[in-house]
Design a protein around this ligand. Structure first.
Ligand SMILES: N[C@@H](CCC(=O)N[C@@H](CS)C(=O)NCC(=O)O)C(=O)O
Length: 234
């Protein structure tokens, strides 16, 4: 799926949100040479998104593919006190859990030339500095060519990071999502945009954890009687 190499690219899921808040000066990310390279183009790098990167990459890329990674499941187990929550009310965002039976759908973005260092510099702030994520090499299977997998870089929040919240009943996660918002918007928007993307991927892309949280939110919303103050937060 060819994209113009501009930061205004619209990934296959839905148009990007308003630009992320301008990041604070970031520590120098690890040199790109340490990251998985595209065999076809050694200057290129694929970056796998499975959460907000699916609908708002906010970095320039040359190409994108919808597809999946095997051996991981997506879980709303990472706390977030910046993008979708606050120190007092941390939101919940996704990470990847190693799961032999797991399969997680998302979007891989190809960055080339100068895009590589720009993307890594930006993501280092958005994901690592502000989000507590670490980088990990994964094997990405494009939906259209699963027999031609790609090495890609993913940002994963491990249990060792201070923001990690870990497992909770889906109903509790839904309640937390309904109550939280941060600098990038309401946590509910994060959930529903991800659910929208999974809808677009078609029936072969299932995420029971995500679906259970969306169902729990749907059950709660009618009796979620926000106070005037709570409405002001949405
Ligand atoms: N690393 C995952 C999750 C990324 C994610 O959701 N990170 C949060 C940081 S806590 C973020 O960037 N949020 C921006 C937003 O919520 O719009 C991905 O590849 O999409």
């Amino acid at each position: 799926m060819k994209q113009e190499s501009t930061a205004q690219n619209t990934p296959p899921a839905s148009p990007p949100l308003s630009p992320a808040p301008s990041p604070a000066p970031s520590p120098t990310p690890s040199p790109p040479s340490q990251h998985p390279r595209d065999d076809g183009d050694p200057q290129a790098l694929w970056i796998f998104g499975y959460g907000s990167l699916v609908w708002r990459p906010d970095f320039a890329y040359s190409d994108s593919r919808v597809g999946f990674v095997r051996g991981y499941s997506r879980r709303f187990w990472q706390g977030d006190t910046f993008h979708r929550g606050s120190d007092k009310m941390p939101g919940r965002v996704v990470t990847l859990l190693e799961d032999h039976e797991g399969c997680t759908w998302g979007v891989a973005y190809q960055v080339r030339g100068e895009q590589v260092s720009e993307a890594l510099k930006y993501l280092n702030v958005r994901e690592a500095v502000l989000g507590g994520y670490d980088t990990k090499e994964v094997t990405f299977y494009p939906q259209d060519t699963p027999d031609q997998p790609l090495k890609a870089l993913a940002y994963v929040a491990t249990p060792q990071n201070p923001g990690y919240l870990g497992p909770a009943p889906e109903e509790a996660i839904a309640t937390q999502i309904l109550a939280c918002r941060g600098f990038s918007g309401h946590n509910l928007e994060y959930l529903l945009r991800l659910a929208d993307f999974m809808q677009l991927c078609g029936p072969q892309a299932q995420d029971e954890h995500l679906a259970a949280i969306v169902d729990a939110v749907g059950t709660m919303l009618p009796c979620f009687c926000p106070t005037e103050q709570a409405l002001a937060l949405v």
